[in-house]
Design a protein around this ligand. Structure first.
Ligand code: NIG
Ligand code: FE
Length: 416
């Protein structure tokens, strides 16, 4: 039996020929239909079009969506969703004047989360992350990436990755796993960073690969964390096991992380708050997708990724939440949409493309999600009656979502 959604005021991001991503001026184009229908069967989209072309058979279910807008669910290609505890004390320290880096130098930051995670029970970690994930689905996230990186030891990293695997197995949405191999230097390796990197490469990475715990590998390539040599070593070691790079680069400093990531065929490079002309040239000659994380810029009060420049230079751009307890305690992609428009000066069309089709490409999920296309998963958002899709980023504090459908079923948050 098919289900038809009819009289849709505006059906957004319809793509008849599936394309991988949009770049440059094409990002301002968001194909959509007015007064439309959408048909689904089992977990897939089977048809869509204008109401004048709508046909149904008597066994089909029809759901009238007058006044409502339908768009594909958001794809969040960068999160640290598995974590223990919160860090609001650092939040108040920052209000009083300390910077993110100063807090980290005093043993806070990632080390603070790692200490909490070390003592957290695996089952509790899973239950908390599962709740977070379901809250995000109710807010319209229909595919997600989750990183390890708060373990900082063989055992604790594996604990995180096992939790991510359980989320993969229990969640209705696609979950991609990233081994964030080098996130911060644990205190016991304070004077021997090279040994720590060697232990990652020789002890943990082979195990992660053997147990099939991750598809991607990540490094926090940043001054005071891991340098170009560390990044290159880890990415090359990951590649030997088939793990593809998605890298944290240029959050605070630009010193060649983009080049190293591109040379290692990174699927995406994420953050990029600081970008040089040379970095942009590197990106132009690569298939690596730049990912901006405006929630982090907002929360830490650091510069926003120059997304406008990237688009004007003809590049694609994806947007993600970076949900984590330190720099972005928010996984709500609707607020990322608003921040991208308000702070990065992206048009709503550009931002919606960056949160859907391009984000799907940054997660290598273009065949399954990211647009309303025949054969893709029936993962979509139905809004409350609103005037236009511009209202979504504009009304930045309002929840405009009426329903979220995942795999062809209405997502029921209450049952989770
Ligand atoms: O992407 N910058 C590196 N990692 C995270 C933040 C980690 C933390 O502060 O807990 C990020 O912003
Ligand atoms: Fe991050």
């Amino acid at each position: 039996m098919k289900t038809h959604f009819t009289d849709i005021k505006h059906l957004i991001q319809v793509r008849r020929n599936t394309i991988k991503l949009v770049a440059g001026t094409d990002m301002a184009h968001l194909p959509s239909l007015e007064n439309a229908f959408l048909s689904i069967e089992n977990d897939k989209i089977v048809d869509f079009g204008e109401m004048k072309d709508f046909r149904s058979s008597s066994q089909d279910e029809i759901i009238d969506l007058k006044g409502k807008i339908v768009l594909p669910t958001w794809v969040d290609s960068h999160t640290h969703l598995v974590f223990a505890g919160s860090r609001e004390n650092e939040f108040t320290d920052r209000i009083k004047g300390l910077s993110y880096q100063e807090i980290a130098e005093r043993g806070g930051g990632i080390l603070n989360s790692a200490e909490k995670l070390k003592h957290a029970d695996e089952e509790c970690l899973f239950q908390e992350a599962f709740k977070r994930l379901n809250r995000l689905i109710a807010l319209g996230t229909g595919a997600i990436e989750i990183k390890s990186g708060y373990g900082l030891s063989h055992e604790a990293e594996l604990k995180m990755l096992r939790v991510i695997k359980r989320l993969q197995q229990n969640s209705p949405i696609p979950v991609k796993s990233t081994y964030l191999a080098a996130h911060a230097l644990p205190t016991e390796f304070k004077n021997s960073k090279t040994d720590y990197v060697t232990s990652i490469i020789e002890d943990t990475l082979p195990y992660v690969a053997k147990e099939n715990l991750a598809e991607y590998i990540d490094v926090f390539c940043e001054k005071g964390y891991f340098d170009l040599v560390d990044t290159d070593r880890i990415l090359k070691a990951g590649a030997k096991f088939g793990l593809k790079p998605k890298v944290h680069v240029n959050q605070f400093n630009a010193f060649g992380g983009v080049k190293v990531s591109v040379e290692n065929n990174a699927v995406s490079i994420d953050h990029l708050e600081v970008l040089t002309a040379e970095d942009i040239e590197q990106l132009k000659h690569s298939d690596t997708i730049p990912v901006a994380l405006p929630g982090c810029s907002f929360f830490l009060g650091i510069p926003y990724t120059p997304g406008r420049t990237l688009i004007n230079e003809g590049l694609p751009l994806a947007l993600a939440s970076d949900y984590n307890p330190g720099s972005t305690p928010n996984g709500n992609m609707n607020s990322i949409l608003s921040l991208a428009c308000i702070k990065m000066k992206l048009l709503p069309e550009e931002a919606i493309n960056a949160l859907t089709i391009n984000a799907a490409a940054a997660l290598e999920l273009s065949e399954k999600v990211g647009s309303i296309s025949k054969g893709k998963l029936a993962n979509f958002i139905i809004t409350k009656p609103i005037t236009s899709y511009n209202y979504l980023p504009y009304s930045y504090g309002e929840n405009c979502i009426d329903q979220v459908w995942i795999n062809g079923k209405k997502f029921d948050y209450e049952s989770h």
